[in-house]
Design a protein around this ligand. Structure first.
Ligand code: UDP
Ligand code: MG
Length: 310
């Protein structure tokens, strides 16, 4: 019998923990021929989340709990959950039921038909602020402009993933995993599963601006070294400006325009020129650092999906 593992991170989710367990369990019981496990990760909540999870685990052997010593963040919690899964397919979802568990049976069909990653793509988002929608849009646009891999827009971490893909992710040595980027980066047969993202059933978002900025930074800097190259462009612009000023100054002396204060030319030229040279040098160092950074991530150069006659 095939087994499904559900991974659910929780940070101060005492208001939704039980309801989350019930809804997920109902769905999983309704689909026959599959065994299942639910792995909850308590990401250092100091409310009753852990107590509730402990009780659930006492009464139901299918519930497994990982509890962090402190708050390490959503991505770390999901990463930890993925290490402990034992199922053939793994589903990652939020605790607040914004990603409806009722979609699981349908997603499973795509998995049975040969897809390895079925990622949730939000075609509608209910109950989310204009600010959240706007920042999300700006983030995904920027990320896609900068990044070397295509990271699908309007997707979060809600997805069903085949165990072999989870194994690849687990074996990546890099820390600070930006999961939705990596799941896209690893390839395999992917399916964009469109769904309507619901409102949080209770409680408030656990993603304040500070955490969103950290996530955005992880996403951009771990998938792109382009920011390092931007300083190169600034340096070139600066040098060009210094040349323009110099030409202007020479002309003004030659034709006796007499409009320049003494010292202005030398000051401006030196400043812009040196500024430019410094920025260009920084960019060159940046190119090396970028390469060192790529190497330290130790991502494999390729991932083999299957071999034949080997
Ligand atoms: N979460 C977590 N650690 C954190 C922040 C959030 O484990 O530091 C969990 C949270 O409990 C939820 C999921 O990550 O299950 C998504 O968080 P939330 O719903 O607050 O984010 P939003 O939907 O508002 O983007
Ligand atoms: Mg949410």
């Amino acid at each position: 019998m095939k087994k499904i593992s559900i991974v659910i991170p929780m940070y101060y989710e005492e208001q939704v923990a039980e309801e989350c367990y019930k809804r997920v369990t109902n769905v999983l019981k309704s689909i026959e021929n599959y065994d299942y496990e639910i792995i909850f990760i308590n990401d250092g909540s100091k409310d009753k989340t852990l107590d509730i999870l402990e009780k659930l685990a006492q009464n139901d052997g299918k519930v497994k709990v990982i509890s962090f010593s402190r708050n390490f963040g959503h991505q770390a919690a999901v990463t930890a959950g993925l290490k402990y899964v034992s199922g053939d397919a793994v589903i990652i979802m939020d605790a607040d039921l914004q990603d409806p568990p009722e979609l699981i049976p349908d997603m499973l069909k795509y998995w049975e038909n040969g897809y390895d990653v079925i990622y949730g793509k939000r075609k509608k988002r209910e109950g989310e602020s204009v600010f959240k929608l706007l920042t999300a849009k700006v983030f995904y646009e920027t990320l896609n402009k900068l990044s070397d891999v295509e990271i699908p827009k309007d997707t979060g971490d809600f997805r069903l993933v085949d165990k072999k893909v989870v194994d690849v992710i687990n074996n990546l040595p890099e820390h600070n995993k930006f999961l939705r980027g990596l799941f896209s980066w690893v390839g395999f047969k992917q399916y964009a599963y469109e769904y309507e993202r619901k409102e949080r059933v209770a409680g408030k978002t656990k993603y304040p601006l500070k955490k969103m900025i950290k996530l955005a930074k992880d996403g951009i800097f771990s998938f792109s070294t382009k920011p390092l190259k931007i300083v190169g462009g600034l340096g070139i612009i600066s040098v060009i400006i210094s040349i323009v000023i110099l030409v202007y100054a020479i002309l003004s002396y030659a034709y006796n325009w007499n409009n320049l204060t003494a010292g202005w030319t030398s000051m401006m030229c030196t400043m812009t020129f040196l500024g430019g040279v410094i920025l260009i040098s920084l960019w060159m160092i940046g190119e090396y650092i970028g390469r060192i950074y790529e190497e330290t991530k130790q991502r494999p150069q390729y991932i083999i999906e299957k071999t034949i006659n080997i």
